[in-house]
Design a protein around this ligand. Structure first.
Ligand SMILES: Cc1ncc(C[n+]2csc(CCOP(=O)(O)OP(=O)(O)O)c2C)c(N)n1
Ligand SMILES: [Mg+2]
Length: 581
């Protein structure tokens, strides 16, 4: 791959070079550590894609639609730290906006580049295709202002400052940004800095850092029952290693919330388990809620991280975030998370007389394998998959009962990718394309239901096109089972059309070597799991439409009470799937 070369000579005094706007944008993205871009071409971005192809700065991963591209960029960013998405004006941008909003909710840094109508058309108020044809052009940038941390429309005069501002904002804040590149400026020459873009955390304010680490260290050292509660930002800000070093030295148990699955290695001796309010294992709940010094890292309370608001953290919880910390009445700004944790670890004494109870996955997460010839049940399914998981796997989980994969006990170095807060079904299939592209040497496992798969299924074709070799676990239970636990146990709106799912690899790539299995019994599943991982493996498991893990049923039933209130229809007989009694 040739990295973009500037065409003119360096002028030493100003250390700048002449480059086109488009080539500079691509160069900066590459310098920010991104090697691929996902998206769909359109006439307003073709000129940028031509630059991308001519220079080889980034590798283009064309997708079937922009929604899938936005999910792919999100998955890529979770593993790579940053991603690029290229769409066309309005029609592409609005198809992608659901995924980009999801990246915002989940704190994932994606640079969304929209090839937009020419500046010439804006200045003259021309009604253009892919607009409302009324001479306006601001609507889509305004829409993106709701779902991104920063936005810009490039001109030849602001391109240098705006490109760096947006890329740096995405990386520092771990949030998506939106950048419009009008199609008539990509080939214009501008003066740009010769030096590469360097992405690094701003150093903390020394006094604030000293005071903050001293305040935390003194609370921790005096505590009898300290604990750490970890949310997803710990992973996004690269703080997992520092958290474990602190926990090791001060012998502090560490719990995670559902949005931070696998951020802390479950085999770490101070790993306590999953905290989720009332739904936690009792010892986890007690360790967190009665701690005399709870340090929370990026914790965002919501229905999924509080056991439907049944949890309550100690009032004096220390709340650390990416760039600020609350300790008691004091708020510390200009302190970066990893520096704070490092400082606290240095300041606390080594503790030797405290231990964390050995982590054991909750019993519900492990089912009985059962008789090989018996019809496949959810319990047997997850038990067989539990035995299949190995160190270093990337697990990508969709909504529905496939989210029960979050209950699997993970060996070291696994990554768990899901869009739990935003919860847009179909996310996992697009995201899988992104995780595979970011880490092609790891084994990737997709857990998806028939209903979710139908939203984004065609992206399996892109996965096959690039010869990726994931294992796709699809549960075919004839519909939206998790929704049956909220409402409409037998209602037709929760049924989906039955597809020949396992035949799709052949449809999407006629010369495929993919191995497909339709599994109905435990023995069938075990046979499928023995297939070597030298090609894509597609395992369609046929299950009963009402067979759901108890935890999923209970959370659906609770959700119905919150969603529909005391006068809601969920109280009528047989309208919800209830736990077996
Ligand atoms: C884009 C979007 N549309 C609708 C929903 C509502 N929804 C959440 S889960 C779900 C059903 C998932 O069904 P499936 O993937 O078949 O999983 P199952 O529970 O049947 O295993 C639906 C429709 C959503 N979360 N996102
Ligand atoms: Mg289903």
């Amino acid at each position: 791959m040739t990295v973009t070369a500037a065409r003119s000579t360096v002028s030493p005094a100003r250390e700048s070079v002449t480059m086109t706007v488009g080539e500079f944008l691509l160069r900066r993205i590459r310098e920010a550590g991104v090697s691929h871009a996902f998206g769909v071409p359109g006439d307003y971005n073709l000129e940028l894609l031509q630059q991308l192809e001519d220079t080889g700065t980034l590798e283009w991963i064309g997708t079937c639609n922009e929604l899938n591209a936005s999910y792919a960029a999100d998955g890529y960013a979770r593993l790579n730290g940053l991603a690029a998405l290229i769409v066309t004006n309005a029609v592409g941008a609005l198809s992608a906006i659901n995924g980009v909003a999801g990246s915002y909710a989940e704190h994932v840094p994606v640079i969304c580049i929209c090839g937009s109508i020419p500046l010439r058309s804006m200045e003259r108020g021309l009604g253009m295709h892919h607009t409302m044809s009324d001479g306006t052009w601001d609507r889509f940038l305004s829409a993106y202002a709701q779902v991104t941390a920063a936005q810009a429309r490039l001109t030849p005069y602001n391109a240098v400052t705006e490109i760096d501002r947006l890329i740096t904002t995405a990386w520092r804040e771990k949030l998506p940004v939106y950048l419009e590149l009008p199609s008539d400026i990509a080939y214009l020459d501008i003066e740009v800095p010769a030096a590469p873009l360097v992405l690094e955390e701003p150093p903390s304010d020394p006094e604030r850092l000293r005071s903050c680490t001293a305040a935390i260290a003194s609370r921790l050292s005096a505590a009898k029952s300290p604990a750490i509660l970890v949310d997803s930002d710990a992973g996004r800000f690269g703080a997992a290693g520092e958290i474990m070093r602190l926990a090791e030295k001060a012998q502090v148990p560490v719990a995670v919330v559902a949005t931070a699955m696998a951020v802390i290695d479950e085999t770490f001796p101070h790993y306590l388990g999953l905290y989720n309010g009332k739904a936690s294992q009792p010892h986890v709940r007690e360790a967190i809620e009665t701690s005399d010094c709870l340090l929370s890292i990026g914790y965002r309370p919501n229905d999924l991280t509080t056991g439907d608001f049944t949890g309550s953290l100690p009032a004096d919880t220390i709340r650390a975030r990416g760039h600020s910390v609350d300790v008691g009445a004091d708020n510390y700004q200009a302190v970066t998370l990893t520096e704070v944790l490092r400082g606290v670890t240095e300041a606390v004494p080594q503790v030797t007389n405290r231990s964390t109870p050995r982590f054991a996955p909750p019993a519900a997460a492990v089912g009985a394998r059962g008789d090989g010839s018996a019809k496949l049940t959810q319990a047997a399914y997850w038990q067989a998959i539990q035995d299949y998981i190995r160190a270093g796997d990337v697990l990508v989980a969709d909504g529905g009962t496939s989210y029960a994969s979050a209950g699997l006990h993970l060996p070291p170095d696994c990554t768990f990718v899901s869009q739990l807060i935003w919860g847009s079904i179909g996310y996992s299939v697009g995201s899988l394309l992104g995780t595979l592209t970011a880490a092609p040497d790891r084994r990737h496992l997709l857990f998806v239901g028939d209903g979710s798969f139908q939203l984004t299924a065609q992206e399996v074709s892109t996965i096959l096109r690039h010869d990726y070799k994931p294992v796709i676990f699809l549960i075919n239970n004839g519909g939206y089972l998790i929704e049956r636990c909220y409402l409409g146990k037998t209602s037709r709106f929760n049924d989906v059309a039955n597809w020949a799912y396992a035949d799709l690899p052949k449809v999407f790539r006629p010369d495929t070597t993919a191995r497909s299995f339709v599994v109905k019994t435990v023995a069938d599943l075990e046979k499928a799991l023995r297939a070597p991982n030298d090609t894509l493996i597609f395992i369609e498991s046929i299950m009963d439409p009402f067979d759901a893990p108890t935890a999923v049923i209970e959370s659906g039933n609770n959700g119905a009470d919150i969603d529909y209130g005391p006068r809601g229809p969920q109280h009528r007989d047989n309208l919800l799937l209830r736990p077996a009694t």
